[in-house]
Design a protein around this ligand. Structure first.
Ligand SMILES: Cc1cc2nc3c(=O)[nH]c(=O)nc-3n(C[C@H](O)[C@H](O)[C@H](O)COP(=O)(O)OP(=O)(O)OC[C@H]3O[C@@H](n4cnc5c(N)ncnc54)[C@H](O)[C@@H]3O)c2cc1C
Length: 395
């Protein structure tokens, strides 16, 4: 086992860190306050080659270690998790497409998801509904076949990039008798009649990230826009009817992308840790820097150790996602640990800054707000424990 990053990985990490330091950090509080979508930062990321299909091909798809994407995500989230989600939010629908799409679908849709450096675009994965979050089998959105077309109807909520998305992948029920095994994912391109963005949510944290409702009203799309193609879908349903397939494409994607979500949480935790450590070296009480008070030093020691533990679980899960398969829900373990560490570490960082931690002149209160989502989206902490528990019961 080699814990040393390669030279290429160290270069990648420094490149992304420099971008986060110069282009993300300085504007983080602006986007947090205004909740504007960070198009200018996404454009810069696109111009330097960080937000492009080529980056995903060269640095991610061709990376046998699986670590390149988590390395990059940790750095951009160190800058600002909300802005970072603007840059990487497309990764979730992209992974779904890469996991289940045909080569033709990839060739056609990926350029539309990213746009160009002059005119960047983003994409969204729309699964959650008002009555179906953790319980994906309860989806009410339907896809009905009508000749050469699918007709989709329903209401999606909380979709990251749901408002500005050029391409949306929507999970809908085709055969309700099969539960979530009767669901499929549909690709909906720009300017398609019958799909529109609804309410944009106002949030506690990650406020630069767009979280929107997406409404489908008799939205007609060609037959071939079902992920994997119509023939594969029919074969999948046949198999599910006869022997019971285990899970839908969206659920499989979540398992594979969990290490990437974990890496984001590690980035926020590290930002808060570094800031509070440096503050503790400067701030004096009772005649000495507060880091020399055991009560503060012990907090920092625990924060450093927990961040390391979360990162190591994340890197292991990322490596397994690339090179093996998860045996004991290691993807869920990494996301669960990192999300909870981010919440705990940012909370302690606020405490270390005292009153200054609570006011907006310092970035720590924002990291505290940003961190909380990592115990909620892409599977809540309770659902991660459920997944891990089930894996243990099977093993
Ligand atoms: C900012 C943001 C961005 C998001 N981005 C996306 C996106 O891009 N695409 C998308 O499709 N969705 C997205 N979501 C939705 C997100 O994934 C869901 O909110 C999440 O999965 C939880 O679902 P829910 O909100 O319906 O909570 P519920 O499922 O109603 O859960 C409520 C509570 O009950 C607990 N619970 C539920 N079932 C169990 C159980 N069996 N055992 C123990 N506890 C249980 C949960 O852990 C939670 O604490 C986003 C949400 C937010 C807030």
């Amino acid at each position: 086992m080699d814990f040393q990053l390669s030279e290429d990985q160290q270069t990648l990490r420094k490149w992304v860190h420099d971008f986060a330091e110069t282009e993300i950090r300085p504007v983080a509080s602006h986007y947090d306050e205004t909740e504007e979508f960070p198009w200018p930062v996404i454009k810069k990321a696109s111009e330097i080659g960080l937000y492009t299909p080529e980056f995903y091909m060269d640095a991610v798809a061709n990376d046998q270690t699986g670590l390149n994407l988590p390395l990059a995500l940790e750095e951009t989230c160190w800058g600002c998790a909300g802005i970072s989600l603007g840059i990487w939010g497309t990764g979730l629908p992209l992974s779904t497409l890469a996991y289940s799409g045909t080569p033709d679908q990839l060739m056609h849709w990926v350029p539309l998801m990213f746009g160009t450096p002059d005119d960047p675009k983003v994409a969204a994965l729309c699964v959650t509904e008002p009555g179906a979050g953790s319980d994906v089998s309860a989806l009410r959105t339907t896809a009905r076949r009508d000749g050469d077309e699918w007709v989709l109807n329903g209401q999606k909520i909380f979709a990251t990039n749901g408002g500005p998305a050029n391409v949306r992948i929507v999970v809908a029920t085709v055969d309700p008798n099969l539960g979530h095994r009767g669901q499929a994912a549909f690709i909906i391109g720009p300017d398609t009649p019958g799909i529109r963005a609804g309410k944009k949510e106002q949030k506690l944290g990650i406020r630069a990230s767009d979280t929107s409702e997406v409404i489908l009203e008799d939205c007609r799309i060609p037959l071939e826009n079902v992920l994997g193609g119509p023939e594969k879908l029919e074969a999948k349903f046949e198999k599910a009817r006869s022997e019971g397939a285990r899970s839908s494409a969206a659920l499989k994607t979540f398992e594979m992308t969990r290490p990437s979500v974990a890496a984001q949480a590690v980035g926020i935790a590290r930002a808060a840790f570094e800031f509070s450590r440096d503050y503790a070296k400067e701030r004096q009480t009772f005649g000495r820097p507060i880091i020399e008070h055991e009560g503060i030093a012990f907090k920092l020691a625990d924060m450093a150790m927990e961040i390391d533990a979360a990162r190591l679980l994340t890197w292991r899960a990322a490596w397994l996602a690339r090179n093996g398969t998860f045996e004991h829900a290691e993807g869920s373990m990494s996301k669960l640990k990192a999300g909870e560490v981010a919440v705990a570490v940012t909370e302690q960082a606020v405490q270390i800054l005292g009153g200054y931690g609570y006011i907006k002149d310092f970035p720590v209160e924002k990291w505290y707000r940003d961190a909380k989502i990592y115990t909620i989206f892409e599977g809540t902490s309770e659902i991660q424990r459920l997944v891990i528990g089930r894996a243990l019961a099977r093993s």
